[in-house]
Design a protein around this ligand. Structure first.
Ligand SMILES: Nc1nc2c(ncn2[C@@H]2O[C@H](COP(=O)(O)OP(=O)(O)O)[C@@H](O)[C@H]2O)c(=O)[nH]1
Ligand SMILES: [Mg+2]
Length: 381
């Protein structure tokens, strides 16, 4: 008995090979569909593996092969036994399935038709695509793509989508970990940034937590004297928290306030942040306060802003030493990539993100992990 394994793209091709090598007497013992990893692992090749056998003595004594699954000998016009029908049917079925799968792949590929991602396996492309929908910079995505691709190869292409998602998050989290996060420990907390982004509200949230959670002795200082309403707004929070507020009109007022609050734990400084004069003013402050040792300056930006505008704001504040960002209004958007891009571009972390108008609840102390979750997690679908 001679047994041999054949591999062909389809059954009729396999038959040809078998007939050629083993002759008409050959019988098929087994056949199955096998997937072979194709180019880059994502265009899988489907092959039929057929095990066929021939008994060289069979013709001589006229014995019939025991229970052949499929005899090739049909030249006398006999109908093959049932088995071939079943096998043809199952081949038809699997072809149908294959066509459906191919259609799905084509649909997916056209969805991810970013040419820059085409070098990656499909599940990696899919992840990068969702990052791209979140507005993450292309260069960062390609970096993540390369790292995911490496993992994919290490695993011989056996990486489930959930695993790729987990790794994408972990990669981003690790990358962002080189910056500093959280509220900081310095005595003066200064919020700067464009009007309307939520500086005063965020400052109130931070102050309320300092008082309620950490029992700190705090005070407010505001330099936003452009609008009466702005002072009233902060006064309301100061009254609610029962803490003092000083309104600063000129630099000497600031000096007085610093003396007055010398034994306080933390001073929250609100600014209007609207024009050059304000920036000049903050710069002058550096003559009074040792920024490096005593002041945390957080540049506040709303994620509802256009990324280009956000960058212009950061550039316009370049003359001021900024420690970290605060990103507000996450509840009003579903794309968070800009926050990550800014941190990457300017090499700074984030103190807080805010996600609503409620004081003090709608605010989270930032970590690299929350950004990874926002851009690759459920939020970022
Ligand atoms: N939806 C939403 N609104 C916010 C958030 N933070 C602040 N706001 C609102 O944005 C508006 C401007 O806030 P304000 O603190 O006065 O901004 P400022 O001009 O930067 O001081 C107010 O109506 C706030 O209630 C936030 O995280 N989410
Ligand atoms: Mg304000």
């Amino acid at each position: 008995m001679k047994i041999k394994k054949f591999m062909a793209p389809n059954m009729s091709e396999a038959m040809k090979q078998i007939r050629l090598e083993l002759g008409d007497q050959a019988v098929i013992l087994n056949s199955k569909v096998v997937q072979r990893k194709g180019f880059l692992g994502f265009m899988k090749k489907r092959n039929i593996e057929v095990i066929a056998a021939v008994d060289p003595d069979a013709g001589k004594n006229g014995t019939v092969q025991t229970a052949p699954a499929y005899s090739l000998k049909t030249e006398r016009g006999e109908k093959p036994a049932r088995a071939p029908d079943a096998s043809v049917r199952s081949e038809k079925e699997s072809l149908k399935k294959e066509i459906a799968e191919l259609k799905k792949v084509v649909r997916e590929v056209s969805k991810f038709a970013n040419p820059a991602y085409q070098k990656y396996p499909l599940p990696v492309q899919k992840r990068l695509n969702s990052g791209s929908q979140q507005g993450l910079d292309e260069s960062l995505l390609l970096e993540i793509g390369d790292a995911l691709y490496e993992e994919w190869e290490k695993a011989n292409g056996n990486l489930a989508e959930e695993e790729i998602l987990k790794q994408a998050k972990a990669l981003l989290q690790k990358k962002l970990s080189r910056f500093t996060y959280g509220r900081g420990r310095r005595k003066y907390v200064n919020l700067i940034g464009p009007t309307g982004v939520g500086k005063t509200t965020t400052l109130a949230k931070m102050a309320a937590r300092a008082v309620l959670e950490r029992k700190e002795k705090i005070a407010f200082i505001t330099t936003d004297t452009y609008r009466i309403a702005a002072i009233e707004q902060l006064k309301t929070y100061a009254n609610l928290l029962n803490v003092p507020l000083e309104v600063i009109y000129k630099l000497s007022d600031f000096k007085k306030a610093i003396d007055k609050f010398s034994d306080f734990d933390r001073i929250f400084i609100d600014t209007a942040g609207r024009n050059y004069r304000e920036r000049q003013y903050v710069r002058e402050l550096s003559g009074l306060i040792d920024f490096q040792a005593e002041m945390d300056t957080f540049l506040t930006l709303s994620l509802t802003m256009k990324e280009k505008d956000m960058k212009e704001v950061v550039d316009s504040f370049q003359s001021i030493r900024i420690d970290r960002f605060i990103f507000t209004k996450l509840d009003e958007t579903s794309t968070y990539g800009a926050a990550v891009n800014l941190m990457e571009q300017y090499g700074k972390g984030c103190a807080y993100v805010t996600n609503g108008q409620d004081v003090p609840d709608d605010m989270l102390e930032a970590t690299p992990g929350i950004f990874a979750e926002y851009v690759f997690g459920e939020n970022g679908k």
